[in-house]
Design a protein around this ligand. Structure first.
Ligand code: FES
Length: 152
């Protein structure tokens, strides 16, 4: 009931309108809802109605997925937002600590990936000219499986 009252203060959108504005397919929106990442109410017709504020949640979900966060991780963070009112800036700020850490980790991983495109990554392939010097006779393999120089 509190959610519905809060939504009255916000305009409501159909799933098609949310899809058009967010750029996310209706099927994905329904999936997000099944996962508990977003919520809607049913209109008298039975169709879904979303508060306009859902667009910010969806934008975060899409970008968090792009940087490699799982839906579970995203769900855990979004669960910190209030459900009885439209999240304010201070509510979103509560999420930023953990997300900032994860984003920094992803940036580091992506930089390593970029650097690894032309470097020996210690994967055991011995296939590029740098391997002979960086990983003679697959010395990196003694440290364990996978691209050892990427894994750190
Ligand atoms: S790139 Fe695979 S071992 Fe060097």
């Amino acid at each position: 009931m509190l959610i519905v009252l809060s939504w009255c203060m916000d305009s409501v959108l159909t799933i098609g309108e949310v899809s058009r504005r967010s750029g996310v397919a209706s099927s994905a929106l329904r999936f997000y809802e099944e996962c508990g990442l977003v919520s809607s109410v049913r209109a008298g017709s039975g169709h879904r109605r979303y508060p306009r504020s859902v667009l910010r949640r969806i934008a975060f979900i899409v970008f968090a997925q792009r940087i490699g966060l799982t839906l579970e991780e995203i769900g855990r963070e979004l669960a910190k937002l209030p459900t009885d009112r439209i999240p304010a800036r201070k509510d979103w700020a509560r999420l930023s600590g953990e997300w900032t850490k994860r984003i920094d980790q992803r940036i580091t991983e992506l930089q390593r990936l970029r650097a690894g495109l032309t470097q020996c990554i210690g994967c055991g392939c011995l296939s590029i000219d740098k391997c002979e010097l960086a990983n003679p006779a697959d010395r990196a393999g003694r440290r364990g499986p996978g691209p050892r120089y990427w894994l750190g």
